[in-house]
Design a protein around this ligand. Structure first.
Ligand code: ARG
Length: 441
């Protein structure tokens, strides 16, 4: 009963490769330092290698009564090579061993996460390039605010995912530290060579405090926090794809593989993939809260509570990675309905700011210009006319500064006018696309 409660093997068997890799490096080091005999190390390494094969071939029997991945592998090593197996755990504890396994594993996962983010960014850039000339309404408060390039919108997400990549890169730096050699908590009384193990396993640094090294799970929390942010970005994108593919908007169409039909309403094409990604964001937040709470009052150094770090982290990885993959694929299938988007801004009230800016250029202070255009807009809306349908004399009722050239203000001129770094003008967006391409190279 308690055995099952304590056991972590149902989920930490996922760490078998890292556990074996770490043990092999450890055994090599022990022999090199003369702490165990060269032949013993050879027997241990051969045994571990064949256990690795057994696991890969699905022939290994994991036993809950052996608690975790470390003891499962060690017990099998005894069966295979006899008592010499007992020498492997010299100058080591399960506390620094599990810290090692988690770091080795997370380092690999972070590389994958970054690559998947990159692939998604790539899809966004492709879609932006394929729809470079499309002008869409930009929103604030989900109210049409100012025209922007559709490509500019997509590149906003490129930026978010770029920051996410940087966060994971940063997390990698702090994950890339070897904890082995810390022992249970105080270090070990053998002349071990930690730098050698670090080199064998590809760590750039060796931890500098044994207590901290076995008690630290910051690197896991950092990953989960970064993942929570990434999922938040995915979820915001999901939300917009859902809105825009609705009948009301009709701005985009998502490829069929990423939508489902309704069982009773044949007209429907539900954006299930986007909805699920939005939904799964919740569990990734939950995992972050869970590990933060687990860690918050633990005395130094290791406590068994920390075994709870695993399922949440694995679940976060297993949620984040497929979400990134499926989005990268789905974005590729998006068809942009430029005509519908154009129709959505047929009434050109979205140009109100440009009208105000026009008056400013004619000498009116901005606040006053804003007031004039507010009244003009109200009038136009009441008349059911767009700005372009108002006559010049109608405009003059609001300000004498309006001239014929006010009719030159269009969606295109509005977008083109925002030609400052970070702005939505075609020239700036072109430069941003080139920059994005360079980042992805
Ligand atoms: N299964 C344990 C964990 O995941 C390994 C470390 C166990 N250490 C110990 N002293 N019981 O945290």
């Amino acid at each position: 009963m308690a055995q099952d409660y304590i056991a972590s093997i149902p989920f930490d068997q996922r760490l078998y490769r890292q556990d074996i890799e770490g043990s092999i490096a450890h055994a090599k080091m022990l022999a090199k330092q003369g702490i165990i005999a060269e032949d013993d190390a050879k027997a241990i390494i051969a045994g571990l290698t064949s256990i690795h094969e057994e696991i890969e071939q699905g022939k290994f029997q994991f036993k809950p009564e052996l608690e975790d991945i470390h003891m499962n592998i060690e017990a099998r090593l005894f069966e295979k090579i006899g008592d010499v197996a007992g020498k492997l755990h010299t100058a080591r504890s399960r506390n620094d061993q599990i810290a090692l396994d988690m770091r080795l594993s997370l380092k690999e996962e972070i590389e994958k996460t970054i690559n998947k983010l990159k692939t998604l960014q790539f899809s966004l850039v492709e879609l932006a390039e394929a729809n470079k000339e499309v002008i869409m309404p930009g929103y604030t408060h989900l109210q049409q605010a100012q025209p922007i390039l559709f490509a500019h919108y997509l590149l906003a997400y490129f930026e978010m995912f770029q920051r996410d990549k940087e966060r994971f890169q940063d997390c990698l730096k702090r994950t890339d530290v070897l904890p082995l050699g810390s022992g249970a908590l105080a270090g070990v009384p053998y002349p071990i060579d930690r730098d050698f193990i670090a080199q064998e396993l590809g760590f750039s640094k060796v931890s500098t405090n044994s207590l901290d090294a076995v008690a630290d799970r910051d690197f896991i929390i950092e990953y989960e926090a970064s993942a929570a942010l990434t999922m938040m970005h995915i979820s915001r994108l999901a939300e917009e794809l859902i809105l825009w593919s609705s009948t009301e908007f009709g701005f985009i169409e998502i490829g069929e593989t990423f939508t489902t039909g309704s069982s009773i309403m044949p007209q429907k094409k539900n954006p299930d993939v986007a909805e699920l990604a939005r939904g799964k964001t919740g569990r990734v937040y939950g995992n972050l809260m869970s590990i933060l709470t687990t860690m918050k009052a633990l005395p130094l150094a290791y406590n068994r509570d920390m075994q709870e770090d695993k399922e949440g982290l694995f679940d976060t990885i297993d949620t984040l990675h497929p979400s990134l993959e499926v989005f990268a694929q789905m974005v590729k299938t998006i068809k942009v309905n430029a005509k519908r988007i154009r129709e959505a801004i047929k009434k050109d009230y979205i140009l109100a700011t440009d009208l105000a800016d026009y008056l400013v250029k004619k000498g009116l202070p901005f606040r006053e210009a804003h007031g004039v255009v507010a009244k003009l807009s109200e009038y136009a809306i009441n008349q059911g006319k767009s700005f372009h349908e108002l006559s010049l004399s109608e405009c003059h009722n609001f300000s004498p500064l309006f001239g014929e050239d006010v009719y030159d203000i269009t969606l295109e001129s509005s977008v083109a006018a925002r030609n400052i770094p970070g702005g939505t003008s075609p020239q700036q967006v072109e430069a941003a696309l080139i920059r994005a391409r360079e980042i992805l190279r």
